[in-house]
Each structure stands twice: as structure tokens, then as C-alpha cells.
Ligand binder design. Structure first.
Ligand code: CP3
Length: 386
């Protein structure tokens, strides 16, 4: 299946063999593809060096930095996809909202968006407001060759939470107060954010991104009732619009703590459902009736565990993923800043080494680092039945 509108462009060579794109479509793969949310970022010393003295959103709007930072984890870890180095708040800043990302805190909005007048400060996004993103994506796709670039955007609810609260929030109380207290304004705000995120995704896809992920990180804070009534229609608008404009581009839909919403998030227009570590992949597949590829779901905290314990969990997840029509190995949420990057590299190597799902005898024929392999098996045996 073609993944590009320009099949003979040099940059599209080999993308049809991409394990990640194939898994997203439920096709056979030589090995489970793997990438990590927040694979670019503070876990990498080369990232910290480049970011020294450069504000987060400035970095996100500087194509040379975006390109270099996006490539860093691909070079270092050999992951099966790059994800654009950007942030979910980049497009709302691009339309003129006064917002910054405070180190160690997250997005902070100078004047929170809580009234109809505030909504007027949030015009629609057009491609000419983010020429730097087009430039960065084009450069990346040319550099990456057969490795796909994942584009992304924030889902309306998660973005609305930052805008309404004015920053990160534990309880999302002002957001929920607006959702229930002024449903019309809530829907208008989410519709605007759906336009902004949708246009941001489209810019990335038109410049060559070959898969997208919609991050509804905080949707797990909602009841299913509120999700369906107040949030899902807006996420659906983003995903369905993209599906119509770029039917070949797989759509990954991700949230944290969304076990109760998995079916709804899948049906909102996803090809791949992101699963956090709280729900086993086998359960996720059962809940979605095996109709969707799955992405996940190693607990990022386990990257701090001794290697044999970690390796056993990686093996378990690769095994569980075989129940799905396609599995993309990832974490249940982003890489924590203190993570040892060598551990990430080792996880990638292990996932690749485990070979083709469904070919369980494969590993017996592979050249292993004998000593390590031993450790893993011993550890698995030691934990049998737990
Ligand atoms: O995954 C990747 O490697 C791509 C880059 C990426 C970033 N942000 C870079 C970033 C992606 C996909 C995002 C999305 C994002 N941004 C989400 C959804 C994903 C998720 O984590 O749930 C959210 C909620 C945000 C908002 C945001 N931006 C937060 C909560 C933070 C962390 C604040 C902190 O300092 O701990 C950011 C900042 C941010 N975005 C960093 C990076 C690499 C860290 C900034 C730094 O290095 O100084």
C-alpha cells in the first residue's frame, strides 16, 4: 500500500516496508515495531546540550533544532519511527495565544480562556501560520528515508484543559465547570480547538508525515458519560477529517488512564488504540474485539528496574501484543527525564530480537548475546506464576 501521494519521491522509498506502518494496518511484520513517547527529550544528553539557553517553544519553532532533536533518538536507539519534536500547545501559540512552557511545570497560559471574549483570542489555524513546521517535516522526511515520521496534535479536551485552567491541573475543575456550566461555550471552544489541531495535523501530513497520533492525555479524568457527550464528537471531528483527507495515514489515538474509554476512543476514528500500562494489552484487544491495532504499554517507571525484570516485562508485552491485528511497542506514557537512555536502546534491541510475532521458534535461531539471554530466561522462570 502506498504511504505517500508522490510514490516516486526518493523520500518515500521503502516506507511501504515500514514495520510500524504495516503493524498499524494489521499487516505482517518482520518484528514488532517500537518507538517511545517522549523519545526526544531530557533523557538524552545530546538533547539537553542543544536546548541549553533555548526556550522550549522557541526550539519547537526553529526548524534546524526540530530536525536535529527529532533525529537524535532515531540515531541513538534505532527506533522504528521518529515523532516530530514539537508540543501540543505549538498550534495555539501559532494562532496568537500568549502561552509558554515552563521548565518542570508544563504549558502556562498568561490569560486563561474562560469566556466567549476569550475564545475570540483563538482564531483558526492556517498553514501559513506554521511555515516552520512544514519546513521541518520536509527536511525530516528527506533525512529519515524508510523510517516513518509520526505527526501529532493534542486532542480538544486535553488542550482545553491547559487553556481553561491556565496550566497543568490535578483535578481539571475549571474545565469541568465550564463543560457543565456553559455547554455551548464549551462546545464552541472544543470545535475551535478541533479545527486548530486538525489543521496542524494536516500541515504535517501534507509535508510528509506518514502516521499521526492524537494525544488526549487527560481524557482518563472524565466519566464515560462526559467523554461521549462533551469530548468525543470533537476528537472524532479531528480524526475523521484527517481520515477523509489522508486515508492512507494511520491514526493513533492515545490517552492516560483511559481503560474505561478504550472502545469509545477507538470508535472515534482510530486505526491504532494507545494503551497505557494500567490495562493489559490482551484486555485492550478483547475490549475492542480485536478490531484495532494496539500501541503500548510498558510502564515508563519499569525502565528503572534491573534489566532481567525489565526484559521479562518487555517479553510479556510483545507476547500479549500478538493477540491484536497489529502491535506497536511503546511505553504507557512518556519517557521520564531521569531514564537511562542506554536502557531504552536495549529495550529496542530486545523487541527487535524477539522477531516476528507468531513465529515463536524464531528466537532459538537468532544469534544472541548468550549471557544476557540466559539471565532473561532465568528471570522469567523465577517469576513464573506471578
Ligand atoms: O514524544 C516526543 O518525543 C515528541 C515530543 C513531544 C513533546 N510534547 C515534547 C516536549 C510530544 C509528543 C509532546 C506532547 C505533549 N505536550 C503532551 C501529550 C503527551 C503527554 O505527555 O501526555 C502534553 C500533555 C504536553 C504538554 C507538556 N509539554 C507537558 C506536560 C510538558 C512537561 C513539562 C516538564 O518540563 O516536565 C511539556 C514540555 C515538553 N514537551 C518537553 C518535551 C521534550 C520537556 C521540555 C524540556 O525539555 O524542557
Amino acid at each position: 500500500m502506498s504511504t505517500s501521494e508522490h510514490p516516486d519521491a526518493p523520500s518515500s522509498l521503502g516506507l511501504e516496508h515500514s514495520p510500524l506502518l504495516r503493524a498499524a494496518r494489521g499487516a505482517s511484520v518482520p518484528h514488532t515495531p517500537v518507538w517511545f513517547m517522549r523519545q526526544a527529550g531530557r533523557s538524552l544528553p545530546e538533547y539537553r546540550a542543544l536546548r541549553e539557553g533555548v526556550a522550549m517553544l522557541t526550539a519547537c519553532r526553529t526548524p534546524e533544532l526540530v530536525t536535529e532533536i527529532t533525529l537524535q533518538p532515531v540515531r541513538r536507539h534505532g527506533v522504528d519511527a521518529a515523532i516530530l519534536f514539537s508540543d501540543i500547545v505549538v498550534p495555539v501559540q501559532a494562532v496568537g495565544l500568549d502561552i509558554e512552557i515552563a521548565p518542570g511545570v508544563g504549558p502556562v497560559v498568561a490569560q486563561p480562556v474562560r469566556t466567549r471574549a476569550d475564545l475570540d483570542r483563538l482564531p483558526e489555524l492556517s498553514a501559513d501560520m506554521v511555515p516552520d513546521i512544514t519546513q521541518a517535516v520536509r527536511a525530516l522526511v528527506a533525512e529519515l528515508g524508510p523510517v516513518p515520521l509520526i505527526g501529532f496534535a493534542g486532542a480538544p479536551f486535553t488542550l482545553a484543559s491547559y487553556l481553561v485552567e491556565g496550566g497543568p491541573s490535578k483535578n481539571h475543575e475549571r474545565t469541568k465547570a465550564l463543560m457543565h456550566g456553559d455547554p455551548q461555550l464549551w462546545h464552541d471552544l472544543c470545535a475551535r480547538l478541533a479545527q486548530i489541531s486538525g489543521a496542524f495535523l494536516r500541515v504535517q501530513v501534507e509535508a510528509g508525515a506518514s502516521a499521526v497520533q492524537l494525544f488526549d492525555s487527560w481524557a482518563g479524568f472524565l466519566s464515560r458519560r462526559d467523554y461521549l457527550a462533551s469530548v468525543e464528537p470533537h476528537s472524532r471531528a479531528v480524526l475523521e477529517r484527517l481520515g477523509r483527507n489522508a486515508p492512507d495515514v494511520p491514526r493513533i489515538h492515545f490517552g492516560v488512564g483511559t481503560g474505561e474509554l478504550l472502545v469509545d476512543m477507538a470508535q472515534a476514528g482510530a486505526d491504532v488504540i494507545g494503551v497505557d500500562y494500567r490495562v493489559g494489552l490482551a484486555d485492550a484487544v478483547a475490549r475492542t474485539q480485536g478490531r484495532y491495532a494496539v500501541q503500548g504499554n510498558l510502564d515508563p517507571a519499569l525502565l528503572f528496574a534491573p534489566w532481567p525484570a525489565l526484559a521479562a516485562q518487555v517479553r510479556r508485552i510483545v507476547q500479549e501484543g500478538q493477540a491484536a491485528p497489529g502491535h506497536i511497542f511503546n511505553l504507557g506514557h512518556g519517557v521520564l527525564p531521569e531514564t537511562d537512555p542506554d536502557v531504552l536502546t536495549r529495550v529496542v534491541a530486545l523487541v527487535h530480537e524477539l522477531g516476528s510475532p507468531g513465529h515463536e521458534d524464531h528466537e532459538d535461531h537468532e544469534d544472541h548475546e548468550d549471557h544476557e539471554d540466559h539471565e532473561d530466561h532465568e528471570d522469567q522462570a523465577g517469576h513464573a506464576g506471578s
